[in-house]
Design a protein around this ligand. Structure first.
Ligand SMILES: Nc1ncnc2c1ncn2[C@@H]1O[C@H](COP(=O)(O)OP(=O)(O)OP(=O)(O)O)[C@@H](O)[C@H]1O
Length: 263
């Protein structure tokens, strides 16, 4: 195997995704290299979350293949799929912490469910993971006592609990002010640089995408196919078509309004 192909952690091949028989995107092809921060981009409703759902095991694709470290994720047994997914850490948009549990209990939960570690070891790991995201002081607090940015950090600590090789983020900056959002970007870069974690991110935030993502794909709702592949900066500098240009230069919505007025 060449160095280049052994570097590939995830591989999406001719994937068609959707709900029942309703196709949302087709002809999706891309590889995610180890240690990459890979962005799923595109306008509202193009299918970014749908693709993310298929990549984390929540929605079976209609057709095509999705390889995780060369294993055909949707073709292996359900039991084996769950085992592969232990390598995934997921941060949902609202951080999805259990409100009746303290932050520490939330982070401990995956360790209690999926390891045989002693309570003392789990406690030490919880402190370590919260330390990684700068939230060790929140161990005994409840999610309702935290700001949105703090909840995201704690959600990230929980996503890191099982030392995943791959992290999936759904709109991590949603609902955060620009400074908190920037801090989260710095944290994401620190994690990738420090732990070598591969990160797949759905985001609308151009400034964040330009800062952190080094590769990605641009999905189009109308043609139901990807229109571009590369880093956000490459798409900005060398857009493959007008739509990508407009999106990357933030003229899409203004243009849409103009067209609407001219009708
Ligand atoms: N459970 C579902 N059943 C049927 N259609 C769905 C379902 N969930 C989403 N869709 C449709 O799939 C399309 C893509 O939705 P999706 O949420 O993946 O887009 P998105 O790119 O993530 O959008 P946004 O940026 O607005 O969050 C939309 O037309 C949406 O209405």
């Amino acid at each position: 195997m060449s160095n280049q192909s052994s570097n590939i952690l995830l591989s999406v091949k001719n994937l068609t995704i959707g709900y029942g028989t309703k196709v949302i995107q087709k002809n999706i092809n891309f590889d995610v290299k180890q240690g990459s921060i890979f962005a799923l981009m595109g306008g509202s409703g193009c299918g970014k979350s749908t693709l993310l759902k298929s990549m984390i095991g929540l929605l079976e694709p209609i057709a095509g293949d999705y390889l995780v470290k060369n294993e055909n994720y949707w073709k292996v047994s359900r039991k084996h799929r769950i085992k592969i997914a232990h390598n995934f850490g997921i941060l949902f948009q609202n951080a999805a912490l259990w409100s009746s549990m303290t932050v520490g209990e939330n982070v401990a939960l995956p360790l209690q469910l999926f390891t045989n570690l002693s309570p003392e070891m789990i406690h030490r790991l919880v402190e370590l993971k919260l330390g990684l995201v700068g939230m060790e002081y929140a161990i005994n607090l409840y999610p309702s006592e935290l700001s949105g940015g703090m909840r995201k950090r704690c959600g990230l600590a929980r996503a890191l609990a099982l030392d995943p090789e791959i992290l999936f983020f759904d709109e991590p900056s949603a609902g955060l002010d620009p400074i908190t959002s920037k801090r989260l970007d710095d944290l994401i870069l620190t994690l990738r640089n420090g732990l070598g974690t591969t990160i797949i991110i759905v985001s609308h935030e151009l400034s964040s995408l330009f800062t952190i993502a080094d590769d990605g794909i641009f999905l189009d709702a109308e043609s139901k196919t990807p229109l571009a592949h590369g880093s956000p900066q490459e798409m900005h500098d060398h857009p493959s078509c007008q739509l990508v240009y407009d999106f990357m230069h933030r003229q899409r919505y203004e243009n849409a309004e103009e067209k609407e007025k001219q009708r």
